[in-house]
Design a protein around this ligand. Structure first.
Ligand SMILES: *Cc1c(COP(=O)(O)O)cnc(C)c1O
Length: 393
């Protein structure tokens, strides 16, 4: 239980629900209902059925032989890239949409930066025939046209956030404002292990399917359900939380979280929260975040849109501070090189986010008899334009 949220949503000193009074009722309603609903048999039956037949789970655990040879270790890839919509995010949106339905909610709101969470949300809203409104910064709408088109085709309304820097944090403010104004019929669907309690715990539980399968698959393929190391990239931290979840108390398993260093941690153009951030409150929870001397959130930077977030979820702040997790960083260029390498060695084009996790293979010491699992959080289709511009081979 050292690494699970307590009843108030605290992981050590991080987490909780630091919210304006006007949100209290909404968050309390969710907190009082989520565990009963998601642990019920009818929920679990429907959740498992959709994960299997709609999402395509279990995702393979693939022994990457040529990559293993190169790094002189036994490396497995957990293939979240093979999920419907191309990443792990759908595990969470399926879970939350089933919860929203059971809570009688008719209208789903979300915020999105790169659009990946918006697409995963619009997807499950189409599936369940629920109204979907996605807030997105005006700048991001212009930068992420293909995902905006996907959301619209799926039937969602994409509403631009016009205030502030017109990016993710402004879209988040708009979504929170909407939820305050529509407390009865609206469900706020958050895309990572961030936000006020119970979101970080709830999202971690939905993503925990990743490490649950990993255990069974490692046991079947190697005879041992415990790898030596698990590597995952961290934006808000949901794919990492899912990949680590069932190993949190297995202290012999090294948990390696990889943040986006961007152009470099000392350049000011970075998203490496644990390196340059400090304790504070973001999105309703106490955690580590990137802020200036006045406590204002600083704009993060990464080549990878999914890692371009100015905080980490409270579980990760706790893993960092307690030393249970090892936090590394990979720069834009290191991630690009790792994406190219995986593509040529294994015929798998990873998402730029996942490429950060792969880049960490160069930064850790590996022994020949070690088993390492890299969580391949998503596929690279969405990043082809960046790859075409940045890789010239
Ligand atoms: C969104 C995204 C991430 C980052 O989000 P986490 O909550 O940190 O997992 C990582 N990889 C992919 C492919 C994504 O789409």
């Amino acid at each position: 239980m050292k690494y699970q949220a307590n009843k108030d949503g605290f992981y050590g000193e991080f987490g909780g629900a630091f919210i304006p009074e006007m949100l209290y009722h909404n968050v309390a309603e969710l907190k009082e209902n989520y565990l009963t609903i998601i642990n019920s048999e009818s929920f679990q039956t429907e959740f498992k059925d959709l994960l299997k037949n709609y999402v395509g789970r279990p995702t393979p655990l693939y022994h990457a032989k040529r990559l293993s040879e190169k790094y002189n270790a036994t490396i497995y890839l957990k293939r979240e890239d093979l999920n419907h919509t191309g990443a792990h995010k759908i595990n969470n949106t399926i879970g939350q949409i089933l919860l929203a339905k059971r809570m009688g909610k008719k209208r789903i709101i979300a915020e999105t930066g790169a659009g990946q969470h918006g697409v995963a949300t619009a997807t499950v809203c189409a599936l369940m025939d629920l109204e979907c409104l996605v807030y997105m910064g005006e700048i991001d709408i212009a930068r992420q046209a293909p995902n905006v088109a996907r959301m619209k085709m799926l039937g969602a309304e994409v509403r631009p956030a016009l205030s502030g820097s017109r990016t993710l944090k402004d879209a988040t403010n708009e979504a929170i404002r909407d939820w305050i104004s529509n407390p009865v019929d609206t469900y706020y669907l958050i895309g990572s292990v961030v936000g006020p309690h119970p979101y970080p715990d709830m999202v971690a539980r939905f993503q925990a399917i990743i490490s649950k399968e990993m255990k069974q698959q490692l046991k079947a393929q190697t005879g041992n359900e415990y790898p030596d190391k698990i590597i995952a990239c961290v934006g808000g931290g949901s794919n990492a939380a899912g990949a680590f979840y069932h190993y949190l108390d297995a202290e012999n398993v090294a948990l390696i979280a990889v943040e986006a260093d961007g152009l470099g941690v000392d350049t000011g153009e970075t998203a490496a929260t644990t390196q340059v951030g400090s304790e504070g409150i973001i999105h309703g929870s106490k955690t580590l975040l990137m802020q200036n001397n006045e406590g204002q959130i600083t704009e993060p930077y990464s080549i990878s849109a999914g890692l371009d977030y100015p905080g980490v979820g409270p579980l990760h702040a706790h893993l960092f501070k307690s030393g249970r997790g090892t936090f590394l960083g990979a720069t834009d260029n290191e991630a690009l090189a790792a994406a190219q390498e995986l593509t040529r060695l294994e015929g798998i084009i990873p998402a730029l986010e996942s490429a950060h996790a792969l880049a960490a293979l160069k930064k850790i010491t590996l022994q020949a008899n070690e088993t390492v699992v890299v969580n391949l959080s998503g596929r690279g289709d969405k990043d082809m334009e960046t790859y075409m511009h940045k890789l010239n081979s």
